[in-house]
Design a binder for this molecule. Structure first.
Ligand code: PMP
Length: 306
């Protein structure tokens, strides 16, 4: 039986013993940033592969710069701690990994500079976050997306996920599966925890990273796979809300969500309401990539046990 472990305060300990004080600055004010990384179990190789781990820690380092969090560990050290946590946990299944860099000082007072910082990481078994088979129903949210000069979407800030939670809950409570955010100026930004792609006339279209979205690693992965393996270019440009209604195909993507086809937006059927052919091809490629089955992209997969 796998027992989840955590790395915290420079030590490895069982997840249930990894605790923080109620006075921790990050708990009181959301002053932390995090990552979501997946590891996929390969039954063929009897190996657990962490997908694009280094890129996630590079993004964490950028988030930390924005939040003035001093990381105590190098990217290599954080990668190594992550491998050790999964090994100690003895996972032989798909895993979700959550690193957090946070303001650890126990104090009242809103600021960023002059506080202590810490880093932790843990993993837990994890299945699908959104449906990936039949297509989800989404709603354009009444909540607008955070902007770069409010809480930067480029940084994966813990406190910013209140914005996501408002939109996601509204969508779920209205009977949808997921929410799509418009930006402050009314263009399509992203899902509550996913980037968004359309297919129009055989080309992929996605929101540029300067439009208040997270610079998604799955997004970058799919742009590369589509170009190299399918010969399909991705156009990065602003997307109008009504383009969601008239797209041939539409999907959300993210580490948690993977590739989740959208079958309906605001009661308009997307395409023929099924999973479109380009979405399906990308799903197959992504599945092969994360399980280490594509030699060209094998460097994206870090084995845990080998
Ligand atoms: N946007 C938001 C707001 C997210 O939380 C996520 C999940 N990390 C994504 C996009 C997708 O990013 P990635 O592909 O790097 O997981």
């Amino acid at each position: 039986m796998a027992t989840p472990y955590a790395f915290m305060g420079g030590q490895y300990l069982p997840l249930e013993d990894a605790k923080i004080s109620i006075m921790t600055h990050a708990f009181l004010y959301g002053t932390a940033c995090f990552e979501g990384i997946r590891a996929y179990w390969s039954p063929e190789e009897e190996e657990l592969f962490i997908f694009r781990m280094r890129e996630h820690y590079e993004r964490l380092a950028n988030s930390c710069k924005i939040l003035q969090i001093g990381l105590k560990f190098s990217i290599d050290e954080m990668c190594d701690a992550t491998i050790q946590v999964l090994r100690k946990s003895e996972f032989k299944e798909n895993v979700y990994i959550r690193p957090v860099a946070y303001k650890s000082t126990k104090a009242i007072g809103v600021k960023l500079a002059g506080l202590d910082d810490d880093f932790l990481v843990f993993g837990i078994p994890f299945g699908d976050y959104l449906d990936v088979n039949k297509g989800i129903r989404v709603q354009v949210s009444t909540w607008r997306h955070l902007e770069d000069n409010i809480i930067p979407a480029r940084a994966k800030v813990n406190g910013a996920y209140v914005n996501a939670a408002l939109a996601k809950s509204e969508a779920l409570q209205n009977g949808y599966d997921e929410a799509i955010f418009l930006s402050g100026d009314g263009h399509v930004a992203e899902g509550s925890a996913e980037n968004l792609f359309l297919v129009k006339c055989g080309k992929l279209v996605t929101t540029p990273t300067t439009e208040d979205i997270l610079e998604g690693i799955t997004r970058a992965t799919l742009i590369e796979l589509a170009r190299n393996e399918l010969g399909i270019e991705t156009i990065e440009r602003r997307i109008d809300r009504t383009e969601l209604y008239t797209a041939d195909e539409c999907f959300l993507c993210g580490t948690g969500a993977q590739i989740s086809p959208i079958s309906e937006v605001d009661h308009r059927i997307v395409g023929d309401g099924g999973v479109g052919p380009i979405t399906r091809k990308l799903q197959a490629l992504y599945d092969d990539a994360v399980h280490g089955r594509l030699p060209r992209y094998r460097h994206w997969c870090t084995p845990v046990y080998r």
